[in-house]
Structure formats: C-alpha cells, structure tokens
Design a protein around this ligand. Structure first.
Ligand SMILES: *[C@@H]1O[C@H](CO)[C@@H](O)[C@H](O)[C@H]1NC(C)=O
Ligand SMILES: *[C@@H]1O[C@H](CO)[C@@H](O)[C@H](O)[C@H]1NC(C)=O
Ligand SMILES: *[C@@H]1O[C@H](CO)[C@@H](O)[C@H](O)[C@H]1NC(C)=O
Length: 276
C-alpha cells in the first residue's frame, strides 16, 4: 500500500481514538498530603467537548463533583487550597457521557508524618522511591518501612528505593519515624508490562506493542472495530456514489460523484491490513 493510504488510515485511527480519553494528573504528584497543603487535580483530555469533571468519594459524600461542596473548579481542573483529613478518598475524572479515567487514592494525614509514594500505578520494571517525611522541617531522619503490616526495611535517611518493581511489590505501605510518629498507609499498584503466559518460557523476540498492559488490548480491539465501521461506511458511500452515476448524458445539475480519490486509499489500506 502507498504512503497516502497509510496516512489516511493513521488519521482515521487518531480521529477515532481521540474521543473519550482523559488522564488524571495530580500536583503535587503524591498519594499523601499533610493537612493545610493545597492540591490541584486535572483531567488531561483529548476532547474538551466531552466535558470532563472531577468527582470523588469520601466519607463526606459519594460521587460529588468538584464545586459541589469541595474544591474550586477551573475548566477540567479542580483545586483544593487547604486539604483536611476528610478530603481523603478516591478521585477520578468523568465525562458527560459517563466514561471515567483511572481512579486515584489520596490520603490526608492529620499527623506529622507522611509516606511519599507514587499516586499513579507504577509500570513493572521501574524503580520506586518512597520517602518518609515529617511535617516541619522536612527531614532526613531514620525511618522504618512496612508493607502489608510487616517491617521490610529500616533506612537511615528516610528514603527507600524498590528496584525493578514486580507485581509482588504491590501492597499497602506505611512508614514511621521515632519521636514523630507513623504515616497513614497507601496502596501502591503495579501495572504488568507483559501479558501473563501460563508457565511458558519467556520469549526472546522483542515484545510487540500489543504485549503491554492488558487493558490496552481491549482498547485496540475496540479501535479495530471502530476502524472497521469507518471502512464499512466508506464502502457504502462508494457504492451509493456509483449507483447515482448517470447512465446516459450528464445533466449540469447532477451532483458531483463523491470524490473517490479520498475513499479509495482508505479502502486500499483496509484491504491490505485486514486482508479483505
Ligand atoms: C463511589 O461511590 C459510589 C456509591 O457508593 C459507588 O457506586 C462507586 O463505585 C464509587 N466509586 C469509586 C471510584 O469508588
Ligand atoms: C485505594 O486503596 C485501597 C486500599 O486502601 C485499595 O484496595 C485500592 O485498590 C486503591 N485504589 C487505587 C485505584 O489505587
Ligand atoms: C516505629 O515504630 C515502632 C513501634 O512504635 C518503634 O519501635 C520504632 O522504633 C519506630 N521506628 C523508627 C525508625 O522510628
């Protein structure tokens, strides 16, 4: 297939997958905050017309949108100037149609120690740095780190690095610093890099892009379905434009047949990709 067809296919794919996507970002990017800190959450969107808004579930209320008793909305962002322990909960972005982003946990500590851990899921194989921090002044004191209730490490400077995380590192972490206290617990989730193979030997060939994150497989499947629909619509347009083609003399008022220069490359691209 030629370059034009490929570009057309790419363009259509981008057009299709640019809807109903939003990524939730948090600043500062950590899962725990001290009381009176401020936080800003935003929905990074590809399609602003989808009307993404922040929602949260806390002990104070379920499914509350930003501005409804919490936070100050600004477009698809939301900020809280002084957080309190009751702001602890799960936060997510939701579009008008009800599609949702990933969900994050935010914990506000009323004490004087927090665990600085990643607020977003960590990709398998990456390093994770945990930092046990006191409220004031920020310290480099010795800290104990716990995972699922048991002590895993004591670090003299309060920093702990987990190298090349795997799914088994997923769990509930907390830390403590003597004379200051204990942090609340936070869940660290790890995103699998390769699809699990049932006991099969690991492949030596480089992993295909499809091998990353199971949820992306679902996404790609949906994408293919959407792309196939576009193909089908193009086909229908072609057929109808041929059927309306005059058989005898061309009348001046006859509408111009659909520009098949636009449709042909798309059809060619599909034929090559899907072996139709
Ligand atoms: C928020 O709370 C509602 C009602 O209890 C529940 O249906 C929903 O699943 C919760 N959402 C999240 C992300 O926890
Ligand atoms: C939030 O934390 C709870 C445990 O405290 C955990 O079960 C849940 O999976 C976490 N959710 C996310 C999205 O990290
Ligand atoms: C953490 O707390 C335990 C029990 O309260 C205490 O024995 C320990 O010394 C503390 N760890 C640090 C590093 O302060």
């Amino acid at each position: 297939m030629d370059v034009t067809s490929l570009l057309w296919l790419l363009f259509l794919m981008l057009l299709c997958c640019s809807t109903n996507q939003a990524r939730l970002t948090v600043s500062p990017s950590r899962s725990q905050l001290f009381e009176e800190e401020s936080v800003s959450l935003s929905c990074e969107e590809d399609d602003s017309s989808a009307g993404w808004t922040l929602r949260r579930n806390t002990t104070r209320g379920q499914m509350r949108r930003c501005g409804d008793g919490w936070g100050k909305p600004a477009g698809s962002s939301c900020s809280i100037t002084y957080v309190i322990t009751l702001d602890s909960g799960v936060y997510w972005c939701e579009s008008r149609e009800g599609s949702t982003s990933s969900i994050i946990n935010i914990t506000v500590s009323g004490g004087s120690v927090i665990l600085q851990s990643p607020v977003l899921p960590v990709m398998e194989g990456h390093d994770v740095i945990l930092h046990c921090q006191t409220k004031s002044p920020p310290s480099k004191l010795p800290a104990d780190f716990y995972k699922d209730g048991s002590l895993i490490r004591t670090e003299p400077t309060g920093h702990m690095t987990i190298h090349h995380v795997t799914k088994s590192d997923e769990g509930l972490y907390k830390c403590n610093i003597s004379s200051h206290g204990e942090s609340p617990p936070s869940w660290i989730s790890v995103t699998a890099l390769v699809l699990p193979t049932s006991g099969a030997p690991t492949q030596t060939s480089p992993p295909s892009p499809l091998a990353f994150v199971p949820t992306e497989c679902v996404f790609i499947l949906v994408l293919h379905l959407v792309v196939f629909c576009v193909y089908f619509i193009c086909l229908l347009l072609m057929v109808s434009s041929y059927r309306h083609r005059p058989t005898g003399t061309v009348f001046p008022t006859q509408p111009k047949p659909l520009n098949s220069d636009l449709i042909n490359p798309v059809l060619t691209a599909f034929s090559s990709v899907y072996n139709i």
